[in-house]
Ligand binder design. Structure first.
Ligand code: ADP
Length: 246
């Protein structure tokens, strides 16, 4: 089966210092991958590379078997950036309108049929924000916005979700609820790639781990990661910074 994401020998630097060096990594359909590593270890850069938001200095990136540079099925990907900031927030649009944009991306026509309206309602219901549908997107909390963007991805029938530290600044209870939502989406077959700074949280919830510190120190199922030395290696042998909280 074609991998959802495939990176081969991918390197990128912003200036002199490499941010991502020689990373080879595949994400199969239906995987739930946690991308971890210390602060400044290249996690966001790697996510941007795999989404085609940055072009690698060298190496190859494919999405759903297509070179990312010519990938033309953007509706298949839902991306929630760090802090859930989005262009939509600068516009006076409601949550329902934001989610409907996902439906346009999928259906590609300007008049929404009944079926599209149902898809928008279903997406709002799945992420449990029906009560916020008529609110302006810019007026929502960070956590609520995350859900709105996930609903937009669901409305466009995305089968890859990429999330950059979605639960920063979220209390433990809301974080658990959020991870429950992700687990239910993953159960439906949606592939998830997620950056999470709290290793204790992530190892309990994902099925694969990629541990990065410019280079990839480990990539494999969660069990093999927990049993490996990758954590100490990637975070420095002192083992001081095995978990850090913002
Ligand atoms: P992480 O997500 O793991 O915290 P990043 O991918 O954001 O790491 O950053 C990796 C490295 O690249 C860091 O040293 C960071 O300072 C640097 N970096 C990130 N973005 C930029 C940028 N736009 N310009 C220059 N350097 C950057």
């Amino acid at each position: 089966m074609t991998d959802v994401v495939h990176l081969e020998n991918v390197s990128f630097s912003y200036g002199e210092q490499p941010a991502v060096a020689d990373v080879t990594l595949s994400v199969g359909a239906g995987e739930f991958l946690g991308l971890i590593g210390p602060n400044g270890s290249g996690k966001t850069t790697l996510l941007h590379l795999l989404l085609g938001l940055l072009e690698p200095d060298s190496g190859r990136v494919e999405l759903f078997g297509q070179p990312v540079s010519s990938f033309d099925q953007g509706e298949r990907i839902g991306y929630v950036s760090q802090g859930a900031t989005d262009r939509a927030e600068t516009m006076p649009v409601t949550v329902r309108e934001v989610v409907r944009m996902g439906r346009f991306a999928h259906a590609g026509h300007s008049r929404l049929a009944e079926e599209d309206r149902d898809a928008v309602d279903a997406a709002l219901a799945t992420v449990d924000i029906e009560n916020l549908a008529e609110r302006r997107i810019g007026s929502l909390s960070g956590g609520q916005r995350q859900r709105a963007y996930i609903a937009r991805a669901l409305a466009s029938e995305a089968d890859l979700l990429a999330l950059d530290e979605p639960t920063v600044g979220v209390d433990a209870e809301s974080r658990d609820a959020f991870y429950q939502l992700l687990a239910s989406l993953n159960d439906r077959g949606i592939t998830i790639v997620l950056i999470e700074h709290d290793i204790g949280v992530v190892t309990d919830r994902v099925d694969h781990i990629a541990c990065l510190n410019t280079q990839l120190y480990h990539h494999g199922d969660t069990e093999s990661f927990v049993e490996s030395d990758a954590l100490a290696d990637a975070y420095g042998a002192s083992g001081r910074i095995v978990q850090h909280h913002h």
